[in-house]
Design a protein around this ligand. Structure first.
Ligand code: GTP
Ligand code: MG
Length: 643
């Protein structure tokens, strides 16, 4: 069954509520104050069955200038508008403003109802007003739409009106029930025995009794206890229905108009959105950069700042890219429409579409660049939008779910496009488990950064094996997480561009060749330590006598350590590996024979001074050759059993 919602629009007192009452028998003005003042303040709801049998949901809006914000909320999600114009008054200020709002919200269909015809005796007058209205509609989405004269008081014209609405409704396509459920709350109340009930027009997806839902942006979680459409209990609702949802165990005060009831995970709360906006030609002044505005989307209204990205001000009638920074979070998706009203005096000045629900803050000269990027989101097809978001996520990458939230394209399109991009290697799936993605260009950039950092390091320290893995990671943008870093490294290993030895990462092309001078230094250092055996000199004593710079000495020393020629036993104490290996052999042999060794016995074995024996004992402990028991050392058990 098709689900269609009609909204009224029009100037105060032009007969909207009376018309709906005449059509449906339902008085949508429920509040005491509304009855008292004879005006509509809040949204009103009614429904009717059309001659074809199709059910029509109806939202009646207030015409009063002060309640235009309620009208904006009411016009959200309607399929067609009945623009009500009193025959005795013709087009008035809120006739224009409501029309502009419907245009900004991209209401596609509708008609004009010329009411109060009983107050005009002259048929020529009616024809004149019709002409006026037709002229007013020129260039709008209602150009050429039917204009039906009606008297709610006398009941004249209602049949023709019903038939006309029926005809328009038959041309409206049913909304697809694909995608997550979303409903922008326009009313919250609590009902004795039921608890909290919210109403709204469901924008997309399906919802069943018992389903879990999240309330955005407050993030309260609850469940559907009951559903009603046009006052009738139902088990399931479809997009485009006027719906009342009874929510389980949640205080009425925890939910506000403007919040969105949705499938958990379908939305995010955001304080900023990037938009494409249009300033109405009727706007009294240009929109200046950083102007304070009232931002309406769905049924929400919040104060916001409009940061213009590619101009200092937008003249009336012109368009621009902007970042809207909100005082309160909202939950919106790409493609959602919005209306802007000036802060003071309050007046509708424009609107447009949301392009990016989770942008970064655009600052300084990056704003121009950001505006260029938004072109793709405004005009690009769905696959280009998907690819754009992968690129926009840069080195942070993003999960498929995050991509879905940003791009808001149908699931089928998302899956198909991603599959294609992955097989074309335009997008890289670097984390299969969590379905996390990276744009190929970003991977290239990371690769270049890593190879560049290694090359630079090798140039600076030609005798060092490579760079510590952590040190290399520090060269990357801070947003790169461990999983991505390891993915990039692994790829480079597989392509044999880099190699890893212990914790050192190096370019495979990096070879440590000592220069002739360095080779001379190496020989002399090695000889000094080899000759000294277990009574090694300080490095400084050796190098003081050598040619070359201190830097060269240091490089050669580090190279010898990396090659295992010298071994650092303690700060400033180095041994030749030959001497150390020989000592270890003796020590192990001794322990096998005697079980344990005391410090004096060890000193005896080394024939070295105490300055060396203690560090040596500790060294063998840290090498897990020995274990200290009291004042003595034994072999570590694993060594004994392992032979
Ligand atoms: N004579 C005559 N009076 C009408 C007709 N329709 C409405 N009225 C009167 O016009 C006044 C305003 O009608 P409403 O239906 O409340 O107007 P509205 O457009 O809903 O007003 P707001 O919701 O406040 O914007 C009431 O006094 C109605 O009785 C009509 O067809 N003929
Ligand atoms: Mg009314």
């Amino acid at each position: 069954m098709k689900q269609v919602v009609l909204g009224t629009a029009g100037h105060i007192d032009h007969g909207k509520t009376s018309l709906i009452r005449a059509l449906t028998g339902i008085d949508t003005d429920r509040l005491k104050e509304e009855k008292l003042r004879g005006i509509t303040i809040e949204l009103g709801f009614a429904h009717m069955v059309l001659p074809s049998g199709e059910r029509l949901g109806i939202v009646d809006v207030p015409g009063h200038e002060r309640f235009v914000k309620h009208m904006v909320a009411g016009a959200t999600g309607i399929d067609l508008v009945a623009l009500v114009i009193a025959a005795d008054e013709g087009v008035m200020p809120q006739t224009r403003e409501h029309m502009e709002i419907c245009e900004l919200l991209r209401v596609k269909k509708g008609l004009v109802v010329l009411t109060k015809t009983d107050l005009v005796d002259d048929p020529e007058w009616i024809e004149m007003v019709k002409d006026d209205v037709a002229t007013f509609l020129k260039g709008t989405f209602l150009e050429g739409s039917p204009i039906i004269p009606v008297s709610a008081v006398k009941g004249e014209g209602l049949e023709e009106l019903r038939a006309t609405i029926d005809r328009i409704v038959s041309g409206i396509e049913a909304r697809s029930p694909d995608g997550p459920f979303r409903l922008s709350v326009d009313r919250v109340f609590s009902m004795r025995g039921f608890g909290t009930v919210v109403t709204g027009t469901s924008l997309s997806g399906k919802l069943k009794v018992g389903d879990p839902v999240t309330i955005y942006p407050s993030m309260h979680k609850t469940r559907v206890r009951g559903l009603q459409v046009h006052n009738q209990e139902v088990q399931e609702i479809y997009p485009g229905q006027r719906t009342a949802i009874n929510l389980q165990g949640i205080e009425r005060l925890l939910i506000q108009r403007g919040e969105v009831i949705a499938t958990p995970g379908a939305l995010v709360a955001t304080h900023m959105v990037d938009v494409h906006l249009h300033l109405l030609a009727s706007s009294p002044r240009p929109l200046k950069n950083r102007a304070k505005i009232r931002f309406h989307t769905g049924t929400a209204e919040h104060i916001a700042t409009a940061v213009l990205l590619d101009q200092e001000e937008v003249p009336p009638g012109q368009e621009a890219f902007a970042q809207i920074r909100l005082d309160h979070p909202i939950a919106a998706l790409r493609g959602d429409r919005f209306v802007m009203r000036s802060y003071s005096p309050v007046q509708t000045i424009g609107g447009g579409s949301i392009l990016h629900p989770l942008p970064i803050k655009h600052k300084g000269h990056h704003k121009i660049e950001a505006a260029k990027g938004l072109e793709v989101l405004l005009r690009g097809d769905e696959p280009s939008i998907i690819l754009w978001h992968a690129r926009d996520a840069s080195a942070q990458g993003l999960s498929e779910d995050q991509l879905r939230l940003r791009a808001n394209v149908p699931s089928k399109v998302l899956e198909k496009s991603l599959q294609q991009f992955i097989s074309q290697k335009k997008v890289i799936l670097f984390d299969k488990e969590n379905r996390r993605l990276l744009h190929a260009e970003v991977l290239e950039e990371l690769k270049t950064t890593i190879l560049g950092a290694l090359a630079e390091h090798h140039r600076k320290f030609p005798l060092k094996t490579g760079m510590a893995k952590e040190e290399l990671a520090a060269q990357l943008p801070e947003t790169v997480d461990a999983k991505l870093y390891n993915f990039v490294l692994r790829q480079r290993f597989e392509e044999e561009q880099i190699a890893q030895e212990m914790e050192w990462v190096r370019l495979t092309s990096h070879k440590i060749d000592l220069t002739k001078d360095e080779e001379g230094i190496r020989e002399k250092i090695e000889k000094a330590f080899k000759d000294a055996g277990l009574q090694p000199p300080f490095v400084k004593e050796v190098t003081a006598r050598l040619e070359g710079t201190p830097r060269q000495h240091q490089d050669v020393l580090e190279w010898m350590l990396s090659q295992g020629i010298l071994v650092k036993v303690k700060e400033d104490i180095y041994f030749h590996s030959g001497a150390l290996n020989e000592l270890q052999r003796k020590l192990v042999e001794f322990l096998r024979e005697h079980g344990e060794i005391s410090t004096p016995q060890f000193k005896e074995m080394t024939q070295a001074s105490r300055k060396y024996t203690i560090p040596l004992l500790e060294y063998f402990d840290t090498q897990r050759v020995t274990i200290r028991i009291g004042d003595n050392r034994r072999l570590r058990e694993s060594r004994v059993s392992g032979g």
